[in-house]
Design a protein around this ligand. Structure first.
Ligand code: SAH
Ligand code: DHB
Ligand code: MG
Length: 222
C-alpha cells in the first residue's frame, strides 16, 4: 500500500463520480500560481462536503481556513436557496486569491470572506449576535482546533454539524509524545469532544491524494 496507489484510486474514482469542473480547476490553478500551498481538500473530499451540505439542507455555513476558496466553492454551491457562507482566513493574500476565485465561480453574493485570526473572527461573530450556523467546517491552523471547537459549539445550532479536517496526521494522533503541534492539537480536541455532552461524534481515517489523514464529524445535540 502506497501513496501512489491511494492517489491513483483517488484520481480514478474522482474521474468517474466527481468529474471535471472548469471553475474548480481554475481555482486550483490560480491558487497554485499565486504560491498557495497545495493543501486544499481533494476533489473527492470536496464532493463529500458538498453532499453533506445538501443532505443536511444547510443554509448557513461557517468555514475556518479559506486558503484559495476551493472547499468554499464546493460547499457554497450546495447551499439551500437563500443560504450563505462565512469563511475565515488569516492571510490577506490568500483571502484575495479566494475572493477572485469566488468571483469567477459567481458565488461572491453568497460568501463573505473575513480576514484575520479565526479566534478573533469567531468572537466577533458571537458579539455581533449572528444567527447560529447549520454546518461548521474547521480547517485552519491545527494546533488551535480545541479553541475553535469550543467557539464553534457556541455558534452552531442544535442539530447542526461540525466537521473537523486533518485529525489523523499520518497517525501521529495516537502518539502521546508526538512533537507535531497539529497532532497535539487534535489529541486535545478529541479529548474535549469526548467529554462534551453537547456532541455525538465519530472519527473517519482516510487515504488518498492527500496521504493518510482523516476527519471528525460531530452532531450538536439539542
Ligand atoms: N479549507 C481549505 C484549506 C485550508 S488550509 C480548502 O480545503 O480549500 C488552512 C488555512 O488556514 C490556510 O489558508 C491558513 O492560512 C489558514 N490559517 C492558518 N492559521 C489561521 C488562523 N489563525 N486563522 C484563520 N486562518 C488560519
Ligand atoms: C495542512 C492543512 C490542511 O488543512 C490540510 O488539509 C493538509 C495539510 C497543513 O497545514 O500542512
Ligand atoms: Mg484540511
Amino acid at each position: 500500500m502506497s501513496w501512489e496507489l491511494w492517489n491513483a484510486v483517488d484520481r480514478y474514482t474522482a474521474g468517474l463520480l466527481v468529474g471535471e469542473d472548469e471553475i474548480l480547476e481554475q481555482a486550483s490553478a490560480a491558487s497554485s500560481e499565486a504560491g498557495l500551498p497545495a493543501i486544499a481538500v481533494s476533489p473527492n473530499q470536496g464532493k463529500l462536503l458538498h453532499l453533506l451540505v445538501r443532505i443536511h439542507g444547510a443554509s448557513r455555513i461557517l468555514e475556518l481556513g479559506t486558503l484559495g476558496g476551493y472547499s468554499t466553492i464546493w460547499m457554497a454551491r450546495a447551499l439551500a436557496p437563500g443560504g450563505s457562507l462565512v469563511t475565515l482566513e488569516l492571510d490577506p493574500d490568500y483571502a484575495a486569491v479566494a475572493v477572485r476565485n469566488l468571483e469567477r465561480a459567481r458565488l461572491s453574493e453568497l460568501v463573505q470572506v473575513r480576514v484575520g485570526p479565526a479566534a478573533d473572527s469567531l468572537r466577533a461573530l458571537l458579539s455581533e449576535g449572528v444567527e447560529p450556523f447549520d454546518l461548521i467546517f474547521i480547517d485552519a491552523d491545527k494546533q488551535s482546533t480545541p479553541e475553535y471547537f469550543g467557539l464553534a459549539l457556541e455558534l452552531c445550532r442544535a442539530g447542526g454539524l461540525i466537521m473537523v479536517d486533518n485529525v489523523i496526521r499520518d497517525g501521529a494522533v495516537v502518539d502521546p509524545a508526538t512533537t507535531d503541534t497539529g497532532a497535539q492539537g487534535m489529541r486535545r480536541f478529541l479529548e474535549l469532544a469526548a467529554a462534551e455532552p453537547r456532541v455525538t461524534a465519530t472519527t473517519i481515517q482516510t487515504v488518498g491524494s492527500k496521504g493518510y489523514d482523516g476527519f471528525v464529524l460531530a452532531l450538536v445535540e439539542s
